[in-house]
Structures are given as structure tokens and as C-alpha cells.
Write a protein that binds this ligand. Structure first.
Ligand SMILES: Nc1ncnc2c1ncn2[C@@H]1O[C@H](COP(=O)(O)OP(=O)(O)OP(=O)(O)O)[C@@H](O)[C@H]1O
Ligand SMILES: [Mg+2]
Length: 309
């Protein structure tokens, strides 16, 4: 453990970590800490190293580090405007963001130069905070194409990918998954997200995740706009994917959905484009009760506004 101290001092990531040398416990963010070391030892399926990114010249992500493995469930919480959706979009390669430094590794491969489609083929999935309506693209047609394309690259990496020989077989599979999120079969004959209510769009994002079976799914506020019963239904649908050994990175403002998840390995708090605190499930409960003030945070967007005045 002697080697840790110089490495800690060199760590470029601005995360506050209390390292207790006597009992060898990291009080916060141990996995993030290790990931931020230049000579990293561990290899998680998804690793984000010292990532900085901007949009239209405005820096949103600032030397951010996070990592998670297959089968893990991590939650990211944080004030409005702290950069949570930006992180999700940058991991998936949204072209409107510019990455200025750092790297994103999937299974050890730097994916920064890959298109969004190639990232999906590596096993990543993003459920959007604000799903877009795409008139003209049939819901079931879209899912069948996407499933088949992913099968070519993921079948060697995942044992649970079925091959559906007929359209009818695939429809039965879709119906089962619609049922899992409480959507009716009639959705299959509609265009993607067109005219879906806010809650239906959220259920639909989780249903797409279930159908496509990613290795790691990033879900950006899958609970926003859902009625009380739907939150539990969506959580149970997420649990189905967790039971297959997939990893989940869930962004949320509320502890409620996290309580229904079958496991929760880490809760991270994001502020001003960085992970500033990590802990277990109890951290999300503490945030629910106390808000962000007790860890020295207020609403990030209002902070940014007022600092300009
Ligand atoms: N096109 C843009 N031009 C300038 N700033 C932008 C642009 N797009 C996003 N931002 C800013 O980036 C910051 C981070 O936004 P982001 O959506 O990642 O926050 P968030 O943590 O997901 O917030 P919320 O909890 O409200 O969803 C915000 O201050 C937002 O206004
Ligand atoms: Mg967001």
C-alpha cells in the first residue's frame, strides 16, 4: 500500500478522498480513486478517465472520472445543470459535445473516436431524459432492426441473446417486454415515441433496453414524470435486466426508484461536471432528506447564472 500515497498525490482528478492509512479504508470514492490513477490496475467494463467536454465552448464536464463493471448498479444524482445528461450523451458519442481531454474505455478499448452506433455495438445503451418522437419509423420495425444489428456484435459476448427466425417470434418477444413495462400491444403498430405521453415515453425507453439487452445501460431519469405505480413497474423492469448480469448507470433525482432496485452498488453525486462524492444506498436516502446543502451544493444552474452577474 506504500505506493498509493505518491499515486494519490499525482492523481489529476479533483475528488476529495480521505485515505485512512491505518485501517486501509477509503472513506469515499475508492473505485473512482483507483480509476483516476495514471497507472491503473483495475479494468472495469466502462471506465471514464479525466473526461472534460464542452458545448459551444462552455465547459460542462471537468476532469470527471467514473467506472463500473458488468453486473453493477450505480446511480448518479446531483443538482440541475450539474452535467449528468451531458455525461450520458458524451459516453454515447452525441456529436453536439466536444471532448477536450480524457478517455472513455469500454472493455479496455478507447471508444472516443467511435460513432454512436459502434458504441451501441460494444454493448452500451442510453435511455434518454427527453426521448425524441420519430414519425415514420415504426416501433417494432425499429426494434427488430436494432436487435438484429446488435446480435451480430454482441452474441459472442452475451449468452442470453436469442435468435428469432420469424417476425412472429420477435413480436411475441416484444409483447412480453411491453407487458414488463405496462404498455399495450397497440404501441407496436405506432411510430417511435410519436404521441406517447411523458410516462409512456419513459416506459418505452426501458422497454427498448429490455429488448436490446445491452451490457451496460445508462438510464437518464427513467422515473421523471411517472405516476407512483409506474415507478415501481419501471424499477421492476430494470431488475429484469440486472438479473441477466447487465450493468445499470441510473441518473435520478429521487431515492424512491433506487429503493425498488434489486441491488445498488454505488451512489455518486455530481456537481459542476465532476463526481464530488460517492457512497452507498444510504447516500441517496440522506440526499432525499437533507438536499444538497449539507455537502455544500446548491442548484448548479442557478450558481452558474449568479456567478455571471
Ligand atoms: N447548447 C448549450 N449551450 C450552452 N449550455 C448548454 C447547452 N446544452 C446544455 N448546456 C448546459 O450544460 C449544463 C449541464 O446540462 P445537463 O443537461 O447535462 O445537466 P443535468 O445535470 O442533466 O441537469 P438536470 O438534472 O436538470 O437534467 C447546463 O447548465 C446546461 O444549461
Ligand atoms: Mg439531465
Amino acid at each position: 500500500m506504500e505506493g498509493l500515497k505518491p499515486a494519490y498525490e499525482q492523481a489529476p482528478c479533483q475528488i476529495v478522498i480521505k485515505y485512512n492509512k491505518n485501517n486501509l479504508n477509503f472513506e469515499q470514492s475508492d473505485s473512482i480513486f483507483i480509476l483516476c490513477l495514471k497507472n491503473k490496475e483495475i479494468v472495469a467494463f466502462l471506465e471514464v478517465h479525466n473526461l472534460s467536454a464542452n458545448i459551444n465552448g462552455k465547459e460542462i464536464l471537468n476532469d470527471l472520472c467514473i467506472g463500473m463493471d458488468r453486473g453493477q448498479v450505480h446511480a448518479i444524482m446531483g443538482p440541475n445543470g450539474s452535467g449528468k445528461s451531458t455525461l450520458a450523451n458524451v459516453i454515447m458519442g452525441h456529436p453536439k459535445y466536444s471532448v477536450t481531454s480524457g478517455s472513455i474505455l469500454v472493455d479496455g478499448e478507447n471508444i472516443l473516436e467511435l460513432s454512436t452506433e459502434e458504441r451501441a455495438k460494444r454493448g452500451l445503451f442510453l435511455g434518454f431524459q427527453y426521448p425524441t418522437e420519430i414519425p415514420g419509423v415504426g416501433y417494432s420495425h425499429f426494434l427488430r432492426n436494432a436487435y438484429n444489428i446488435l446480435n451480430k456484435s454482441l452474441s459472442g459476448k452475451q449468452e442470453n441473446r436469442e435468435v428469432f427466425l420469424t417476425v412472429k417470434e420477435f413480436h411475441e418477444y416484444l409483447k412480453k417486454n411491453l407487458d414488463n413495462v405496462g404498455l399495450q400491444t397497440t404501441f407496436l403498430s405506432r411510430y417511435l415515441n410519436e404521441g406517447f405521453s411523458g410516462g409512456e415515453k419513459k416506459r418505452s425507453e426501458v422497454m427498448q433496453m429490455l429488448v436490446l439487452k445491452p451490457i451496460i445501460a445508462i438510464l437518464d431519469e427513467p422515473d421523471s414524470g411517472l405516476d407512483i405505480d409506474a415507478i415501481q413497474a419501471v424499477a421492476e423492469a430494470i431488475n429484469i435486466l440486472i438479473s441477466t448480469g447487465a450493468g445499470i448507470l441510473i441518473i435520478t433525482h429521487y431515492a424512491r426508484i433506487l429503493r425498488y432496485l434489486s441491488k445498488l452498488d454505488k451512489v455518486h453525486v455530481m456537481s459542476k461536471g465532476q463526481i464530488i462524492k460517492s457512497g452507498g444506498k444510504e447516500l441517496s436516502e440522506e440526499l432525499e432528506v437533507k438536499g444538497y446543502g449539507w455537502i455544500g451544493l446548491s442548484d448548479d444552474s442557478s450558481t452558474q447564472q449568479s456567478s455571471k452577474l
